[in-house]
Ligand binder design. Structure first.
Ligand code: MGD
Ligand code: MGD
Ligand code: SF4
Ligand code: MO
Length: 765
């Protein structure tokens, strides 16, 4: 199959096709699974008679298999499902605290209708019938007046998959396959898709690596439980670690080499490393010859990128970057070049940064070998017709498409930034109704001020939520959804090193009037005359999905709620591999990009440096929280009520501020944060400040987190869109500090090379 733009737009079964050479026979299980390891009724010894129900965590998107322990109808403990090959009986702090999500006194209890102004947070309780009727009435009204694409859906998370189908069935182009991709994984996914023919999704075998390199990727602060465990196992097995990060991150603290890079210059380092590897014969010649396309073009294109040049651009020591690449190359092919996850950093250049990582991986031959990148093991899961709404055939397509504005957007859905723009301006066509599920559109999408302006222009907006978050209080109607511990979702298939299949199922009944997503989607479909969600109960579609594997929900539960399959992640070293790219080979030269007149081999494009007096605003994770979604959690907010602003110690001294001081952050457009405490440290470059993400809630209905700490998002007012697929940058804003009412400029401690332009503060349009 030709991997062209069309190919992306068709959303063809890329992952499945890509792994044809790794196919395993249908339904092969790793080993006979001891029955009844986890019982769905009765109790295990030592569990004090609590009923144990296998399910899946959704306190973050890693979705660890869990068991919920229930006593007298109340959930008393959450543990990892011991059957899980990844987390076993473990959960992280957030997974453990799911109990406090269920019993959060602020949680949404009933359908609500707005009675004050949008955003004011004044509500009246209404019935489910009234709420659903109101939503469907408005959907029909807007669709009839402006056409189906005037309806837009912002969705994220497992339950959102249900409503996405409804919007698809309504005939709009403005719903997403993976909307968080525009703020998260889009760039890395696209880069690996064109290079390897599948979305990599962090499939690297760190436990067996002899060397690893991370660009950003702050594992240990970023907690995806089994992923972090694999990385720690790799270190315990003696792997070398190189960390490229302008901040002394958690992994930098464990690294053999920390490279405190100038932000936004990673591609320069990568290209110089690629050139060095080629010039010095440090690549796996046999692998490259057998499996890669475009080596000669690559060699020619990168020959100008020297280590000396990179040292200057990246503000690193030449000896260090040479030591780094030698350390990695010495361990080839057992090298993890971590592809990264959150890649929406600078907009322009994000895809090419991850293309360069993908290329370096291939040069090391670190593909389908222990320690390298691996391919997912496919297995048979049927899609259930009941869950699929057909796109209507008679829909008139908009003259100018939002979804197809960028050459590679189609695969990911409509860029969130474009939907917001169309809503604000009416161009290329009016967008008049938004549905929101599982996305905090104000805390996670850049320029929330524009988002609020857009909301004011809508005819109607509704949210399906669990908490009274910012988007909820901006909505006309809020529907309270059952929490992840109170509902079924779809079958959950994990295609990693040891693949498994499991199901999220209710550990307890929904509290108050909260309803599961299947029920809500069914009611909406019925009212909107859509021919989907026709099955009566969740068990029906789950059985249908599992049937192809010779399983059913009942059989799965007999096996402790989870069945492990035999993984097949490694290649046969003697054979060529076949991947789903245009050439059938790993594409060092991307024909898909070339077809669209985009650079087929990465080039370095600098992102502008801070304006004088400002530092770049950078953010990341704290282990105790997931984005904004856990901030109101009693246990987690107790442990970590707010984030501190990291500031370089020399810079602090020059500015006359010290550790623990309270400051206000002001960005280049004069937007200001809540007060935040400083953490002064040598562990951060002089030209950035670092603010943990998710704090600083603006919803007064979230009583434990309202105004606690500062929100990075409310300081992100300038963003660039990625030219490949329209993703939004998050690290293109600059800040200075205000202390005791006085504005303090951030001094510049090191020179900026002439190749890097400076950001110019002009009034935002
Ligand atoms: N506890 C917790 N864990 C999580 C999440 C959570 O909310 N909470 N979210 C999960 C999700 S969805 C994601 S996408 C991941 C995100 O986690 P990652 O994918 O690890 O995110 P990154 O942006 O790569 O990493 C942030 C690091 O990048 C560094 N950085 C900033 N600018 C640059 C630069 O220009 N170059 C380089 N080399 N480094 C830079 C920062 O200093 C910081 O240390 O975390 C996941 N894990
Ligand atoms: N400034 C800045 N922006 C970022 C990031 C960053 O680090 N900094 N990170 C980016 C990344 S990597 C990602 S993945 C995205 C994440 O973006 P989001 O997914 O928007 O992140 P959350 O803030 O967790 O918002 C999730 C919302 O879903 C609600 N929710 C939680 N569980 C359920 C449920 O079961 N049902 C329903 N209906 N709703 C539920 C929560 O209450 C919350 O309002 O953000 C991106 N944006
Ligand atoms: S990493 Fe933690 S929060 Fe995320 S799914 Fe696993 S247990 Fe839940
Ligand atoms: Mo993410």
């Amino acid at each position: 199959m030709k991997l062209t733009r069309r190919h992306f737009l068709q959303n063809a079964g890329i992952a499945a096709a890509a792994v044809a050479t790794w196919k395993i026979p249908k339904g092969v299980m790793a080993s006979p699974v001891p029955a009844g390891t986890v019982a769905t009724t009765g109790g295990l010894p030592g569990s004090l008679g609590a009923k144990e129900v296998p399910s899946v965590c959704e306190m973050c998107f890693w979705r660890c298999p869990i068991v919920g322990k229930v006593k007298d109808g109340k959930i008393v403990k959450i543990e990892g499902n011991p059957k899980s090959p990844t987390n076993g009986h473990r959960v992280c702090a957030r997974g453990n605290s799911g109990i406090q999500l269920i019993y959060d006194p602020d949680r949404l209890k009933y359908p609500m209708k707005r009675v004050g102004a949008r955003g004011e947070g004044k509500w009246a309780r209404i019935s489910w019938n009234e709420a659903l009727d109101e939503i469907t009435h408005n959907i029909k009204k807007v669709r009839d007046k402006y056409g189906p694409s005037s309806l837009a859906m912002f969705d994220h998370g497992a339950s959102a998959e249900f409503y996405r189908e409804i919007f698809k069935g309504l005939g709009t182009e403005n719903y997403s396959n993976e909307p968080a991709f525009f703020q998260c994984m889009g760039a890395v996914s696209l880069a690996y898709l064109v290079t390897y023919g599948y979305k990599i999704a962090e499939r690297v075998d760190m436990a067996n690596a002899k060397a690893m390199v991370f660009f950003g990727t702050h594992l240990g602060e970023n907690i995806h439980l089994s992923h972090v465990r694999e990385y720690i196992a790799g270190l315990q097995n003696g792997a070398k670690l190189v960390v490229v990060d302008p901040r002394f991150s958690a992994p930098a603290g464990k690294a053999d080499l920390w490279l405190p890079i100038r932000p936004g210059t990673d591609t320069a380092l990568l290209l110089a490393w690629i050139n060095y590897v080629i010039q010095n014969g440090l690549y796996d010649k046999d692998f490259v010859q057998r499996n890669c396309e475009g080596f000669d073009e690559l060699k020619e294109a990168v020959k100008g990128y020297s280590l000396g040049w990179a040292a200057r651009i990246c503000d690193l020591k030449l000896d260090d970057i040479r030591r780094g690449i030698e350390m990695l190359a010495a361990s080839r092919p057992h090298v993890t070049v971590h592809p990264g996850r959150h890649s929406a950093w600078y907009g322009r250049g994000d895809v090419q940064r991850h293309r360069a990582m993908a290329i370096l991986t291939a040069l090391f031959g670190a593909v389908g070998v222990p320690g390298g990148l691996y391919f997912p093991t496919p297995f048979n899961l049927e899609e259930s017709d009941c869950l699929e709404c057909e796109e209507p055939e008679d829909v008139e397509e908009p003259e100018t498409s939002i979804k197809e504005k960028y050459p590679f957007t189609g695969y990911f859905g409509s860029p969130t930034a474009e939907i917001i723009k169309a809503t604000r301006t009416g161009e290329p066509y009016p967008v008049k109704l938004w549905g929101i599920c599982g996305v905090n559109i104000l805390q996670t999408i850049p320029n929330p001020y524009e988002t609020m302006e857009a909301i004011k222009k809508l005819d109607f907006i509704f949210s399906i939520e669990i908490l009274p978050t910012e988007p909820a209080i901006w909505s006309d109607i809020i529907l309270p959804e059952a929490n992840y511990l109170e509902r079924y979702d779809r079958v959950y298939a994990n295609h990693d090193l040891t693949p498994y299949v499991t199901v999220r199922q209710p550990v307890m009944k929904p509290m108050f009037e909260a309803k599961p997503p299947f029920w809500i989607a069914k009611e909406l479909a019925k009212r909107l005359d859509l021919d989907c969600f026709t099955c009566e109960r969740e068990e029906e579609y789950l059985d249908e999905q599992l049937e192809a594997m010779g399983l059913s929900l009942a059989k799965l539960n007999k096996e402790g709620g989870l069945v492990t399959l035999k993984g097949n992640p490694y290649r046969d070293p003697g054979k060529a591999i076949k991947v789903d790219t245009e050439s059938g080979k790993i594409e060092l030269f991307s024909s898909a990009f070339d077809d669209e007149d985009m650079d087929p081999i990465p080039k370095f494009e600098p992102t502008p440096a801070p304006p004088k007096g400002y530092a770049r605003l950078v953010y990341g994770r704290v282990p105790m929280h997931t984005f904004s979604r856990t901030m109101n959690n009693l246990w987690l907010s107790n442990e970590c009520p707010e984030g501190k602003l990291w500031l370089n110690d020399e810079v602090a001294k020059k500015m006359g501020v010290k550790d623990g001081d309270e400051v206000i952050i002001e960005n280049q457009d004069a937007y200001r944060s809540n007060p935040v405490k400083l953490m002064v440290t040598p562990g951060i470059r002089h030209d950035i400040v670092y603010l943990p993400h998710g704090f600083g809630s603006r919803s007064p209905l979230l009583t434990k987190t309202y105004k606690h700490g500062a929100s990075d998002q409310f300081l992100i007012t300038r963003y660039e869109q990625d030219p490949f697929f329209g993703g939004s940058s998050h690290r293109t804003d600059f800040v200075r500090l205000i202390k005791d009412g006085k504005t303090l400029d951030v001094p510049e401690l090191r020179p900026i090379p002439s190749e890097i332009p400076r950001f110019e503060i002009k009034m935002a349009s």
